[in-house]
Write a protein that binds this ligand. Structure first.
Ligand SMILES: [Zn+2]
Ligand SMILES: [Zn+2]
Ligand SMILES: [Zn+2]
Length: 361
């Protein structure tokens, strides 16, 4: 079966589409090589290698989309966003706000195409209907219905660019977590600019959210946005923000939370004195000692190997989660672990010994 354009469904030859329009590389941002990662939270980071940032490309878009409405969207966004990316104060006129919100949506959808086909088949990434729905809005230049967007200021150490999509569930106290996400958060950082949005695809009903960080609302549009406004997001607060941590809905009883299969480890996952976490295969669990959680709270992080029936993995601890960093046959994974620098530690508890390497600060 031929590959078809994710947006319009055409089976015309697919072209390379930049995640960020080519104009982003010309804004004067630092273009030194960065490591790029794409993919859902807590899934295998797909190394895109060291390449100049802002130049990643995907190949799921036809020429008519690429050179048509997507190109028009980039051209319209460029003059509005360039000063904000460079950190010059500015404004977004009411008339430009739907277009900028659509640009953020388009950038999030395009970046998710960098996830592997396998990840997408496993339910990660975004539904094909999201792409078709955005295509349907190409003339109106508006974001998808049931979405809200905010704009704020980012302050980072050197070049930091990110596109992050976090699946969300709507949690109602006393009810179990839904099995599938009902919404997703989108966060885009380019230079000093951060765009944050949430979308409730049908059949979910859109819930009005309040951005507690004081970012200006871009969509639905109400008034001219003067930039910057609100608190400054940093690399430290980025993950919490991207996980919808700064969004409040209703009176606070209903909560938007990262879908647990994709993000945080639930407290209840301690089993027989070990922390249980779903492996990347989505079929088996792997275990590690709770002492590593305590270490992480104290700011010390480790790498370790675990395995299920399908695969071996290298896992890193992080401030509020663990991350699968590699997956593959046990021989290759243990070689990767061997090759890592860092002092080795053994954690001993009633479950036995657990070997880790400390990660550099
Ligand atoms: Zn197309
Ligand atoms: Zn890396
Ligand atoms: Zn498995």
């Amino acid at each position: 079966m031929p590959n078809t354009c994710v947006f319009c469904g055409s089976d015309a030859p697919l072209t390379r589409e930049h995640v960020f329009g080519k104009w982003v590389a010309k804004t004067g941002l630092d273009l030194s090589p960065l490591e790029h990662h794409a993919g859902p939270l807590n899934a295998l980071p797909r190394h895109l290698g060291n390449q100049p940032p802002y130049r990643q490309e995907v190949r799921d878009v036809c020429g008519a989309c690429n050179n048509g409405w997507m190109s028009r969207l980039e051209s319209a966004a460029q003059p509005v966003l360039t000063p904000l990316i460079l950190g010059d104060s500015g404004a977004i006129a009411v008339g430009d706000q739907p277009m900028i919100a659509m640009w953020a949506q388009k950038t999030a959808l395009t970046a998710m195409l960098l996830s592997s086909k396998e990840q997408r088949d496993n339910g990660y990434g975004l539904a094909p209907s999201e792409y078709r729905a955005l295509y349907d809005n190409r003339e109106s230049m508006t974001p998808l219905s049931g979405s809200q967007f905010w704009v704020g200021r980012f302050e980072g150490d050197g070049a930091f660019a990110a596109v992050r999509v976090t699946p969300l569930t709507v949690r109602i106290p006393g009810l179990p977590e839904p099995h599938i996400p009902q919404a997703y958060a989108m966060t885009i950082v380019l230079g000093a600019l951060i765009l944050h949005g949430v979308r409730f695809p049908p059949p979910a009903r859109s819930i009005d959210a309040v951005m507690t960080y004081g970012f200006s609302r871009l969509w639905p549009t109400s008034s001219r946005v003067d930039w910057p406004a609100g608190q400054v997001c940093t690399e430290e607060t980025f993950v919490s923000l991207a996980d919808a941590g700064m969004l409040r809905v209703g009176n606070g009883e209903i909560q938007l939370q990262p879908w647990r299969h994709a993000a945080h480890l639930p407290q209840s996952a301690i089993e027989n004195g070990m922390v249980k976490v779903r492996a990347l295969c989505h079929r088996h669990d792997v275990y590690y000692p709770p002492a590593l959680l305590q270490e992480a709270l104290n700011g010390t992080f480790y790498a370790f190997m675990v395995a299920c029936e399908c695969s071996a993995y290298i896992v890193h601890t992080d401030a509020d989660r663990i991350r699968f960093r590699a997956a593959g046959p046990p021989e290759g994974i243990s070689q990767m672990y061997e090759d890592m620098s860092g002092d080795e530690y053994i954690f001993r508890d009633r479950n036995g010994e657990f070997i880790c390497k400390q990660l550099p600060d």
